[in-house]
Design a protein around this ligand. Structure first.
Ligand code: NDP
Length: 309
C-alpha cells in the first residue's frame, strides 16, 4: 500500500494563516510591520531563487523584507558592515545572511558573519547563542527546516515520544538541530553520516527516518522499516535523463515536466520507498514550503520578543 503523503504545502499554509493575526496585532501595537533584512552576497543562482521566494512569501504575510545586495567580489567586511547596520536598526526584527557566501570571502567567512548577527534577530537560528540554547532546550530561535519538520510531525499527529528516530546527515543547519529537536521530544535518536557503517541496517531501526543528505534517491526501500514515517529533506536538481528515469516510474507525470525543462527537483528518498513507508513527505511540496513558513514564524516571534523587551 502506498504511504500516506505528509502535505508540507498545506501545513505551511496553515502556519502562515495562524501568523496573520499576530502580524496584525504586532503592526497595531508597534505602529509598523515586522521587518526582515536579507543580505545576499554574489549571484549564486540557487540563492537568487531562494531569496526571491523569501521576499515574495514575506510580503504576502505582511512582513517587510528588505534585500541588501553585496557585490560578488566585495570583501567579507562589507557583509559584516551590512549585518552591523541591521543589528543597530530599531525597525529591523530579523536578519538573514544567505548562504553560501562567495568563496573569495574566505573559508571562515560564514563563521565570522554568524558570530556578528544579534542572536535576538537571528531568524535562521544559526548563531552560536541560539544553537547553545537549542542544545540546552531553552527558548530561542530555532533553525527553520528542522523546526518546520517538527511542526509537520506534530500537525500530522506522528507519535515522537519513545519512538526510534534516525537522522541521516549531521549538518549544522539540518541534521544536528533536527536530532536535538527530536531528542527534546523524547525520541531515541541516532545520527548517521558518510562514515556510518551499515547505514541501511541502522536506518531500518527507525520509526521516524529523516534524510538530509543531498543525494538524489539515496534512501531506497532497504533503508526503511515497514510503516515508518519518512521525512525527505533533500532538494536536488537533476538534469541527467538516465538518473531521472531511474528515480521516477515510467508513468510518472513528472517525466513530461523534465522533458520540457531539462531538469527536475528530486529528494534524497527514492519514490519506491512509498511502497514500504507508512507516511512520507513528497519533494516538492514537503519540507521546502515549511522552511519558508518557519522563517516567517521566527521573524514574527523575534519582532514580538523585541516589543516585549
Ligand atoms: P550538507 O552537505 O551540509 O550535509 C549532508 C550530510 O549528509 C553530511 O552530514 C554528510 O555526512 C551526509 N552524507 C553525505 N553522503 C552520505 C552518504 N553516502 N551516506 C551517509 N551520509 C551521507 O547538506 P545539508 O544538511 O545542508 O542539506 C542536505 C539536503 O537537504 C540537501 O539536498 C539540501 O539541498 C537540502 N536542504 C533542504 C532544505 C529545505 O528547505 N527542504 C533546507 C536545507 C537543506 P558527513 O558529515 O560525514 O560528510
Amino acid at each position: 500500500m502506498a504511504a500516506r503523503i505528509l502535505d508540507g504545502t498545506a501545513a505551511a499554509q496553515a502556519i502562515r494563516a495562524e501568523l496573520a493575526p499576530r502580524v496584525r496585532a504586532f503592526t497595531e501595537r508597534a505602529g509598523r510591520t515586522p521587518r526582515l533584512g536579507i543580505v545576499l552576497a554574489g549571484h549564486d543562482p540557487g540563492s537568487e531563487i531562494y531569496v526571491r521566494n523569501k521576499l515574495k512569501t514575506a510580503g504576502e504575510a505582511g512582513i517587510v523584507a528588505e534585500l541588501v545586495r553585496i557585490p560578488e567580489e566585495a570583501p567579507v567586511e562589507e557583509v559584516l558592515a551590512a549585518v552591523a547596520a541591521l543589528n543597530a536598526r530599531r525597525d529591523a526584527d530579523g536578519i538573514l545572511v544567505q548562504s553560501p557566501l562567495p568563496e573569495a570571502m574566505g573559508a571562515d567567512a560564514e563563521t565570522r558573519v554568524l558570530d556578528a548577527i544579534d542572536p535576538a534577530k537571528d531568524v535562521d537560528g544559526f548563531t552560536p547563542a541560539n544553537v547553545g540554547r537549542l542544545v540546552q532546550n531553552r527558548p530561542g530561535l530555532v533553525a527553520c527546516t528542522p523546526a518546520g519538520i517538527m511542526e509537520l510531525l506534530s500537525r500530522e499527529q506522528v507519535a515522537i515520544q519513545g519512538a526510534r528516530a534516525v537522522v541521516i546527515g549531521r549538518s549544522d543547519i539540518v541534521g544536528k538541530p533536527m536530532a536535538l529537536l527530536l531528542l527534546h521530544r523524547h525520541a531515541t535518536v541516532t545520527i548517521c553520516h558518510s562514515r556510518t557503517r551499515d547505514l541501511p541496517a541502522v536506518a531500518r531501526t527507525a520509526d521516524i527516518l529523516v534524510a538530509a543528505i543531498g543525494r538524489p534517491g539515496f534512501v531506497t526501500p532497504e533503508f526503511v522499516k515497514p510503516g515508518a514515517v519518512v521525512v525527505d529533506v533533500g532538494i536536488n536538481s537533476v538534469s541527467d535523463e538516465a538518473l531521472v528515469r531511474r528515480l521516477l516510474p515510467p508513468d510518472s507525470p513528472r517525466l513530461a515536466a523534465f522533458a520540457k525543462r531539462g531538469s527536475l527537483t528530486v529528494g534524497d528518498v527514492h519514490p519506491s520507498v512509498s511502497e514500504v513507508a507508512g507516511a512520507l513527505t513528497p519533494v516538492p511540496g514537503g519540507v521546502g514550503p515549511l522552511t519558508i513558513a518557519m522563517l516567517l514564524a521566527n521573524t514574527v516571534a523575534a519582532a514580538e520578543a523585541r516589543l516585549r523587551a
